[in-house]
Design a protein around this ligand. Structure first.
Ligand SMILES: [Zn+2]
Length: 325
């Protein structure tokens, strides 16, 4: 089994490990090394060994080698500096930086949002850590880093879970980026995070009841990934109804894809399936949507979809597809 974090050259050869470490160190330099007192206090409220074992269990069940999975320990969780916080909202309070392979949190923003929403500060922090750990543990593959850094190529691509993140340099060396399948990937990430959170609460005996209720009531909301989760749930239901495969098995297949770097766009067989099931526009809309709320219209289409062939050909195809996994 492969590891969860892979660096390949444009030709598909493994990158030089020393070079990768050097780049990681360079990216890490940008974070404040000293964790603030408030961050330390929040980190102390989390039992990281329990959290790690819960994530390890999820990854292992999804056929990832648990010895290689990329859980971020408390020593690599930093304060998110002011100039790196873009925009507002919960989604910018925490981040996973795949280049530095660390997590960072805007503690002022967290305290403010917790107060504003009547969240327990520690539960809220734990929830955010779970979300970012889910990103970190996803299968990550970076292609073309050395050529990009040495200016032999003008683009590189980082795949984490289902999302594809392109970094492109133009003729004036200005860097642009774009991310495909972002909201879909966020929905899967968030559902995994909630599973880990749930079992963490159970294992540690912390009730977290209030926070769990808020998550359950948060569908169709921009915060707490309501739109994204609601979209993934609708897709799972739809596939389950049309194929007779249990919802839990469909969900497990999505999780395996997330932990094994399944290419929803590149796999021809899969592409044909989506196209046949939900129409040509489905992949395009899903790929290019940038925000969770953009998924709402696609979600409605999926809900109302009827197999035009009437022969259940697609159901048969997907059933076989799931059984192969
Ligand atoms: Zn996220």
């Amino acid at each position: 089994m492969k590891g969860s974090r892979e660096f390949l050259t444009s030709n598909g050869e493994p990158e030089n490990q020393e070079f990768v470490k050097e780049i990681e160190r360079f990216h890490l330099e940008r974070y404040e090394k000293e964790q603030s007192g408030e961050l330390k206090e929040l980190l102390n409220s989390i039992n990281f060994s329990v959290l790690e074992s819960e994530f390890s269990l999820i990854a292992e069940k999804s056929r990832m080698d648990k010895n290689k999975f990329n859980f971020i320990g408390r020593e690599k969780i930093f304060n998110l500096e002011k100039d790196r916080r873009e925009g507002l909202g919960f989604k910018r309070i925490g981040m996973y930086d795949p280049g530095a392979n660390c997590l960072a949190f805007d503690i002022d923003g967290l305290v403010f949002a917790a107060k504003d929403n009547n969240f327990n500060k520690k539960d809220f922090f734990l929830y955010l850590v779970c979300h970012e750990e889910a990103h970190a543990t996803a299968k990550t593959e970076c292609v073309g880093l050395s050529e990009f850094e040495k200016e032999k190529e003008d683009s590189m691509v980082v795949t984490t879970g289902y999302s594809k993140y392109f970094i492109i340099k133009d003729v004036n060396k200005k860097v642009y980026d774009t991310e495909l399948l972002k909201p879909f990937n966020e929905g899967i990430t968030e559902k995994i995070a909630r599973e880990a959170l749930d079992s963490y609460f159970k294992k540690t005996g912390i009730s977290g009841e209030n926070f769990k209720k808020r998550l359950e009531n948060g569908s169709n909301s921009d915060n707490l990934y309501g739109y994204e989760v609601s979209f993934v749930d609708t897709l799972i239901k739809r596939i389950s109804v049309d194929t007779g495969v249990l919802e839990i098995d469909v969900w497990n297949a999505f999780k395996r894809g997330f932990y094994n770097g399944e290419d929803l766009l590149g796999d021809r067989e899969l592409r044909e399936f989506w196209k046949g099931m939900f129409g040509e526009e489905f992949i395009k809309d899903l790929t290019n949507s940038k925000e969770g709320r953009h998924l709402f219209a696609i979600q409605e289409r999926i809900k109302n979809w009827k197999d035009p062939s009437g022969e259940n050909k697609l159901s048969k195809f997907f059933k076989e597809f799931l059984e192969k996994k």
